[in-house]
Design a protein around this ligand. Structure first.
Ligand SMILES: *Cc1c(COP(=O)(O)O)cnc(C)c1O
Length: 394
């Protein structure tokens, strides 16, 4: 029997990183010393008090049964308290907070809760690929909002035609931003709320990097803006804040109708997050925040070393106030892929081509600050030795 894959699987774009992965594997096989600035996965360990809470609560048989679908009340109360402390935003823990098995899970299920076949979703580009793919899985159509340097990598809402906006059901935004490292201010979020009210659009703000910011900068919550809770939800993750990518714990907060719709989808697909992981999440949110400040200092130092090195090499990187990404324009004459393959072949450095996050990302590469300062210094040394003056070797 030949297996015919569903259209939604056949429509998936070819795996962008396949060629880079292959080149990288070749180099590693040849014994090359490869520096991986490709993936956005923290290299630092989860703080010990969080691990201890997991170990302790994993032993309690009460936690071995199916968790509650929408998350433990204690976890959701702890999220509401964190929101109040961190952003001054009031949340009703049981109707306005939903536990997620990582925020990617919730982001991917959201369109199933809100989009009918043929509906439009406004999606930033370049962006985390989940927004577009999940829209496609729900039978929706993506309308891409380019994130351009001239607009500070914010979508230009005025350039969205009224007839497009009128067809849109959902808008995704993400600040601090992956992959550009850009941040958004109150004025932007106010404009988003006005736009959403005018056209009846639900806003989904992905705030995965709200705690990964430098030099005293504290990103705000979308929900701090008056009216935001009427039109939208915000997604958070413990992954980046507490170095917990492997644990799979996140949450969605905000508009109770959206939260309940997402909960309805989820209760038919998964059965919630392991209670012991949620207890560990409570320990993370309520415990000593010293490790977060420590994490911020480490990434800031790495950022400064990489930025200085890239400038020395004649490149003109964006200087991120937040996230662990550096968004760096390619040298003249190099496409995103030309430059990533040059960096890999000639310097043994893995980066991600900006074009892989969407066409407006062409002309950039993304570098993740997820290796030690010594390795970043080594990467910088190798980049400075490259000949970037001449057009790419084809
Ligand atoms: C890492 C990341 C997430 C978080 O994913 P989890 O599923 O919570 O680990 C969400 N959005 C963006 C933009 C990210 O980069």
């Amino acid at each position: 029997m030949t297996v015919t894959k569903a259209e939604r699987v056949r429509l998936l774009p070819p795996y962008l990183f396949a060629e880079i992965d292959r080149l990288k594997a070749d180099l590693v096989a040849k014994g090359a010393d490869v520096i991986n600035l490709g993936v956005g996965d923290p290299d630092l360990p989860t703080p010990p008090h969080i691990i201890e809470k997991l170990a302790e609560t994993a032993k309690d048989p009460a936690n071995h049964q199916y968790p509650s679908y929408s998350g433990m009340n204690d976890f959701r109360i702890s999220v509401a308290n964190w929101y109040k402390r961190r952003f001054g935003v009031e949340l009703e823990p049981l109707s306005e907070v939903l536990t997620l098995i990582g925020s990617k899970e919730g982001l991917a299920h959201l369109p199933l809760a809100l989009i009918n076949p043929g509906d439009l979703a406004l999606i930033p580009s370049p962006a985390y690929p989940v927004y577009h793919i999940a829209t496609m899985f729900a039978g929706g159509e993506s309308w891409f909002m380019p994130l351009l340097k001239k607009n500070g990598f914010l979508p230009d809402l005025d350039s969205i035609a009224p007839e497009v906006a009128a067809r849109a059901r959902l808008m995704f935004i993400n600040y601090p931003n992956n992959p550009t490292g850009a941040t958004a201010d109150r004025d932007f979020y106010e404009r988003v709320v006005r736009f959403a009210v005018r056209y009846g659009i639900i806003v989904c703000h992905d705030a995965a990097y709200s705690e990964m910011a430098f030099g005293g900068y504290r990103p705000m919550s979308f929900l701090e803006v008056p009216g935001a809770k009427e039109v939208g939800v915000e997604f958070h993750s413990l992954s980046k804040t507490y170095n917990m990518t492997g644990w799979r714990l996140g949450f969605a907060v905000g508009n109770s109708d959206v939260i309940s719709a997402l909960g309805q989808i989820k209760s038919n697909i998964d059965s919630g997050a392991f209670n012991a992981v949620q207890w560990a999440g409570i320990a993370a949110l309520e415990g000593d925040q010293g490790p977060v400040a420590h994490m911020q200092k480490i990434y800031e130092e790495r950022r400064d070393i990489l930025i200085a090195g890239l400038k020395k090499a004649g490149l003109h990187p964006e200087i991120p106030k937040a996230t662990f990404y550096v968004w760096c324009p390619t040298p003249p004459g190099y496409s995103s892929k030309d430059f990533t393959s040059l960096l890999l072949r000639e310097a043994g450095i893995v980066t991600t081509p900006g074009s892989g996050f969407g066409e407006p990302g062409e002309g950039y590469v993304r570098m993740a600050l997820t290796v030690s300062r010594e390795r970043i210094m080594e990467a910088v040394e190798r980049i400075c030795k490259l000949d970037l003056e001449n057009p790419p070797p084809k």
